[in-house]
Write a protein that binds this ligand. Structure first.
Ligand code: PGA
Length: 245
């Protein structure tokens, strides 16, 4: 099975209805993307509005609760995300693992709920700076993949994102060799093939070289997904990589 590359944007807690004009520009570029998918993950209040105007652009949420409907004030489950018109949901982002105490088991439960709802989970893993400096990056990522990714999913039905915690929003990235190494480790730990995205300070200036790394099937982009011009430059880099193979 061949995996389908993906360029996904994570708007985090940014964006208002006016930001949908940026989304429109991104959707116009996504409509001409061939051989890969493009997605934007806006905050919950924009999800249905974004889905209604996205066309070929995939829409995703940034989290979901694993439970079915119930008395969980303030939470949103996978079925609600699906109902809003989304196709993807990010689970296990480090900002949720760290800020909300999400364990690998909790992340796996969310990914399973997403699959059950007919969504494609984008499961995030990645080491901290201390773990990287201790030489434990590969072992940490391998363990996270084994414990966070469901044991079974359909072809193309799950995406993994390798996001070193220290690279997120920092302007720092691992070397291209380090990215290739960890993607290899992650791929070997997956129960079946899935696209593996790199995330963490992907910008128009480094997207071409990162997307050319063997084993990198796309990118999960935070800051550079908020402005259409930046994100479109990263989409263009993916298109270039698809062309040269
Ligand atoms: P960044 O964020 O591109 O702003 O580093 C990536 C992410 O957190 O998904």
């Amino acid at each position: 099975m061949t995996v389908r590359p993906l360029i996904a944007g994570n708007w985090k807690m940014y964006g208002r209805q006016a930001s949908l004009l940026e989304l429109d520009a991104i959707a116009a570029r996504a409509a001409t993307a061939s051989g890969f998918d493009v997605a934007i993950c806006p905050p919950f209040p924009l999800l249905a509005l974004a889905a209604a105007r996205a066309g070929q652009l995939g829409i995703g949420a940034q989290d979901c609760r694993a439970d079915p409907d119930g008395a969980f004030t303030g939470d949103v489950n996978a079925a609600m995300v699906k109902d809003a018109g989304a196709a993807f949901v990010i689970v296990g982002h480090s900002e949720r693992r760290q800020g909300h105490g999400e364990t690998d088991a909790a992340v796996r439960a969310k990914a399973e709920a997403a699959l059950a709802a007919g969504l494609i989970p984008i499961v995030c893993v990645g080491e901290t700076l201390a773990q990287r400096q201790a030489g434990a990056a590969a072992a940490v990522v391998e363990a996270q993949v084994r414990a966070s990714v469901p044991g079974a999913y359909p072809d193309g039905g799950l995406v993994l994102a390798y996001e070193p915690v220290w690279a997120i929003g920092s302007g720092l990235t691992p070397s291209l060799e380090e990215i290739e190494e960890i993607h290899g480790v992650a791929r070997a730990a997956l129960p079946s093939p899935a696209a593996i995205l790199y995330g963490g300070s992907v910008k128009p200036t480094n997207a071409v070289e990162i997307l050319a790394v063997p084993g990198v099937d796309g990118a999960l982009v935070g800051g550079a997904s908020l402005k259409a011009a930046d994100f479109i430059a990263i989409i263009d880099a993916m298109a270039q990589q698809i062309r040269v193979g």
